[in-house]
Design a protein around this ligand. Sequence first.
Ligand code: ATP
Ligand code: MG
Length: 650
Amino acid sequence: MTEPSSYPVMDVYRQREATDLSHYQQQYDESINNSDAFWRQKAQRIEWTKPFTEVENSSFDRDNLHIRWFEDGELNITSNCIDRHLDKHGDNTAFIFEPNNPDDSNRVISYKELYRHVCQMANALKSRGVKKGDVVTLYMPMIPEAIFAMLACARIGAPHSVVFGGFSPEALADRIDNGQSKVVITADEGRRGSKTIPLKDNVDVAIQHCHSTRVDTVIVVANTGAEITWVDGRDVDYTEITDEQAVDCEPVSVNAEDPLFILYTSGSTGKPKGVVHTTGGYSVYNSLAFEEIFDYHRGETYWCTADIGWITGHSYVVYGPLLNGATSVIYEGMPNWPTANRAATIVDKYNVDILYTAPTAIRAMMADGDKSIENCSLSSLRLLGTVGEPINPEAWRWLHSEVGKNNCPIVDTWWQTETGGIMLTPLPGATALKPGSATLPFFGIQPEVLDADGTVLNGPCSGGLCIAKSWPAQARTIFGDHQRFIDTYFSSYDGYYFTSDGCNRDEDGYYWITGRVDDVLNVAGHRMGTAEIESALVAHHAVTEAAVVGKPHAIKGEAIYVYVSLNSDTEASPALEKELKNWVRQEIGAIASPDTIQFANGLPKTRSGKIMRRILRKIASDECDQLGDTSTLADPTVVDQLIEQRQMIK
Ligand code: ATP
Ligand code: MG
C-alpha cells in the first residue's frame, strides 16, 4: 500500500509572524499538560456576565459520564457576537449576502444592523411566548434572516434546532417533534439554482405529521414572494412581526452549560442523532479555533460555503466568525449555477481572502475543469479550507494549484457535529502540509489510535480514532436520549470518546482519516480504508467520483466492489474497467485491485454531500430490501438507478 509519508511535504507557508511548528508545539503542550490554566486564559476572549471559577469537570468513564466546562459561569453568546463589537466596529460588515440569482441585488449587513435585526427578532419571539429553554425549529434557506433567527433564539436563551432546508416534510416533522418545538421559523420558498423549494408548504405538511407537539406559531419570511397558504392566528409574517418590535433586547444571561442548540447529524451511518451543544465551552473553543485555524484578521473577507443546516454552518458561518468580528460572505445558491464558474466569480466579486468548502464541491468543480474558474483571477485568496470528507490528494492538488494558484495553504479540517469545533487541522503558517492529511490536533485535543482490542497504539499505526480527554466544544448529550449518547460514543473503548472514524498516523504524527470504521474493508486479512482506494481511482483522468465498499467473499472475507462516476466526456466500457483495475493495482498494489466495478451516473449522498457507503454495500450484496434509513438522501432516485445497473452486471 502507498505509505502516506510518500506524499510530498508541501513547503511551510509563513504568513504569521513568529509562528512556526515549535510555537504550535509549545502552545499545544501547554494546552494538554496545563489544560485548566490554558483554557482559563483562553476563556478571557469571552465576556462573562458572571465569571466562572472552575474550568473543567468531566469524566469519560461510562458509568459516571459527565462533561462540564466553566460550569458556574454565565454569559450570552450574542453579546459576544454582536454587542461587544458595536462601539469600535459597529459599521464593519458582518455579512455580505449574495443571492441565488446573480442579477438580483446583494445585501450588506453591518454589525449595527445585525444588532437591530437580532433584537427585533428576539422581541418578536418573546411576543409569541418563547422563553428561555424553549426549542425553536428553523427551516430556512441560506438568507440573512436565517442567521438573525438563530441569534435571536440565542439572545433569549431558547435553543435553536436548525433543520436543513432540503429535508422532506417527514424529516422536518420528526425533528420538530423530537425538540417539542411550538415555534417554527421558515420562508415562503428557498432557491437553489433553477429550483425552488416550497419551504412553507413543507412546514404545513410537517405540522400535520407532528404528534407529540402542537406548533402554535410559524414565522414566515417572504423570500421569493410566492403565493402560500396561510393559517390565521398561527402564521405570522416576518416583516410585520419584527417591524413593530423595539430595536433593543436585553440579552438573557445563561449558564455556561445551558443548551445553545440541538443539531441533527447528517445521517451517513443511520438514524440522525440530535446532538446538544451548550453555551460557554462552545463559545470559547470556536472563538479561538476560528481565529487560529483561519488565521483571521479583522477586515478580511471570509467565505464558508456550508449551509447553516450543518454544524459547519453553525460554528464557522455564524458563531466563530461573529465572535471574532469577522466579515463573511453568505450565499443562497449553488456553486455551479447559472455558470460553472459561479463560486469563483463570487470570490472575485468580494475579494474573498479565505475560502472554506467541502471536497464534494471541489470534485464538482474539477469535473467542470477549466470552466469552473474561467475568467476569474482568484487573486484575493490567501487561505483555503476543506471539511466533510477525506479530501482525495488529487482534489487537494487541484484546489491548491488551480484555485489557490500554488499560493494558499489548505487547512484540511477534520471534525464532527459532535465535536462542535475543528479537532485535527494544520495551522496556516506553522504546519507543513501533506495532501490528504488533516495533520495535527488543535489545542486541547488529545487524539489516540486504538486497535480493535482497545490497545492504545504508539508511533505510526492505523486503527480507530479516539479522543482521550474532553474539550470545551464537545457535545453534552443526544437530545432526549442520553443513553444513546453513552452507547454511541463511550462504549466501544473504555474511557475514550470514540469518533467512529478510522485513521492512520504516520511517522511525523500526522493523522490521515481513512473513512468510517464501519466502512473499513478486510480483504484477505488486510484492513484497508475506503479513502485510499477511492483517492487512487479519482486520480485517474476518466473518474470524477468513486465509492468503495466490501462485499462478502467466501475466500477473501471481503471482495472490493467499486462504484465509479465518469467525466462527462468518457464512456463506460469493458476496456476502461480493465484499465481502472490495473490502475489501482499500480497505484496501491494487487491487494487493493477491485473485484467489481459498477459504472454509476450518480452516487447516493447525504444532503450534506457525503457518500452513503452503507447503502452501496447493501446494493453490492444484493440486499436491497435492507437499505435502512434513506430519509437523509439528497436524491433517492439515484438508488433505484444503481439497483437497476446492478441487475445488469450480475
Ligand atoms: P452520522 O453521524 O449521522 O452518520 P455524519 O457523521 O456524516 O453523520 P457529520 O457530523 O456532519 O455527520 O460528519 C462528521 C464526519 O465527516 C466525520 O466523522 C468524518 O467521517 C467526516 N469528516 C469530516 N471532516 C473530515 C475531514 N477533513 N477528513 C476526513 N473525514 C472528515
Ligand atoms: Mg458521524
